[in-house]
Design a binder for this molecule. Structure first.
Ligand SMILES: *Cc1c(COP(=O)(O)O)cnc(C)c1O
Length: 465
């Protein structure tokens, strides 16, 4: 029996059946509490389990969906599981997840005002909410890009172009950051072929005014200008926020662009509890925050904001014969503000959820992540076999299991995933292997934390099993 022909619009009986099946999958996935943790399999295992997938005749949507639900999805870890505490989890609201389907169904081209005006307007209002929460002026603006990596690249490219327009290309110019700056900063520097000056951090790993000033003086003595300073608003490994106010002072005094990489921690800007840690971010020339990390939006979504968007437009607008009519309009074209062109209106799931729930709900949900970190820290401190490495600033908790080797940490982590208990991976801090929790999911409970901590204690070393 042949499969129905490929249709684009109109919905016949077969399409209705397919819609029913797909919506039912979505409904069931969203109803699961918790979602299954699952885990990876090798390409050979997956090939054996799926059989041939891509065939001239097609398998039909029912079999394709079954292949996803039975084989492929279970070979992926659910990042929204409440005991997924590794890396930076995700925790999309139901509203945001559902609206992602609406975005998919709407075929909106998110690059030019003429095509996406309504959606871009909604995205820009959402960006304005984030810019305001940082204290940037109302004419700040930017674009939703795929992630912090892409946002950091666009911001640093803009910073360098702005510098070159003022100072030319003759003198070598570098960016400055602490060693705790995210790996994507070094990647961006490599892409735009710019040197990085690594500034000595303070004892908590922070970029501070004094060390930054000395690093800038040392660079100047060697004939190198610092054109951009990158401060981190929540180091991914520790959750520690750089001294943004002090750094802003020094950056301004030497005429450098201040970029704040708040991809993970910037969500705390909308939390009344977290906001004070970011004092000084209002002086940034640009910043990024990833709503797919801690603002309850699905992948992939990074808010990139510029104090003066005209500088980004001047640096990043693509010029081509087929685009000339667009350049002439003077309208707000999101294509012009990052290193990209075709773009899904990926800010809309966040927009829908914020409009539906209100900003107070965001304040509460982000604040809960901060609270969970404090509760975990208390329980770790109270435990004879566990040692807190530093008081959490945001929602990352670093701790040590007394007596364990790096192999023990890894063996525990592998077993916890295989057992469906939790996804927690070891990290390295100061050369030492440690455990690290990162909380973003407000549905994580203290019982979840206890279950994980309890499994780390007791007489058996997991590496010896
Ligand atoms: C996660 C993270 C990034 C990278 O963001 P992606 O969205 O994964 O590209 C950059 N900087 C910091 C501080 C991060 O935590």
């Amino acid at each position: 029996m042949g499969h129905p022909a490929m249709r684009l619009h109109g919905m016949d009986q077969a399409s209705e059946r397919m819609a029913g099946e797909v919506f039912e999958y979505v409904r069931q996935r969203m109803a699961m509490d918790p979602a299954p943790l699952d885990g990876p399999r090798s390409p050979d295992e997956l090939r054996a389990a799926t059989g041939p997938m891509i065939t001239p005749e097609g398998l039909g949507s029912e079999r394709a969906l079954a292949m996803f639900t039975d084989v492929l999805a279970p070979a992926c870890i659910s990042s929204d599981h409440p005991r997924y505490l590794a890396f930076v989890p995700t925790a999309p609201s139901e509203a945001a997840t559902l609206f992602d389907l609406v975005v998919s169904a709407s075929s909106i081209y998110g690059d030019w005002w003429i095509e996406g005006a309504g959606a871009i307007f909604a995205e820009n209002e959402t960006l304005r909410w984030l810019a305001r929460s940082a204290g940037l002026p109302d004419d700040a603006g930017g674009v939703f890009v795929s992630g912090g990596t892409s946002g950091n690249l666009a911001a640093l490219t803009t910073a360098r172009q702005a510098w070159r327009r003022r100072h030319g290309r003759a003198r070598p110019a570098a960016i400055a950051c602490a060693p705790s700056a995210h790996s994507s900063i070094r990647l961006a520097a490599m892409v735009i072929d710019t040197p990085v000056v690594t500034v000595d951090p303070d004892e908590r790993g922070r970029l501070t005014a004094g060390h930054l000033r000395r690093a800038i003086e040392t660079a100047a003595a060697q004939g190198v200008d610092i054109y951009a300073v990158v401060a981190t608003g929540g180091a991914t490994n520790t959750g520690v926020v750089d001294d943004l106010a002090g750094v802003a002072e020094v950056a301004e005094a030497c005429g450098a662009w201040l970029h704040v990489d708040a991809a993970y921690g910037g969500a705390a800007l909308v939390s009344t509890v977290g906001r004070p840690l970011f004092a000084g971010i209002e002086r940034a020339d640009s910043f990024v925050v990833d709503p797919h990390k801690w603002l309850f939006a699905p992948f992939d979504c990074c808010a990139l904001l510029y104090r003066n968007p005209a500088l980004a437009r001047a640096a990043l607008t693509q010029h081509a014969e087929y685009l000339e009519t667009l350049d002439a309009t003077g309208e707000w074209n999101p294509a012009d503000f990052a290193v990209h062109m075709t773009r899904r209106v990926r800010g809309l799931p966040l927009w829908f959820s914020v409009v539906a729930h209100g900003t107070d709900a965001y304040d509460r949900a982000v604040s809960r992540g901060l609270e969970l970190a404090r509760l975990a820290a208390q329980r770790i401190s109270a435990h004879p076999e566990l040692e807190l490495v530093m008081e959490p600033e945001l929602s990352v908790v670093l701790f040590r299991r007394a007596g364990w080797t790096a192999e023990s940490y890894q063996a525990w982590s592998d077993r916890a995933l295989a057992d469906g208990l939790a996804f927690v991976v070891p990290t390295v801090y100061g050369g030492e292997t440690l455990f690290r929790f990162c909380f973003v999911n407000p549905q994580t409970t203290v019982a979840d934390i206890d279950a994980v901590l309890d499994s780390m204690t007791g007489p058996t070393d997991p590496a010896s099993r």
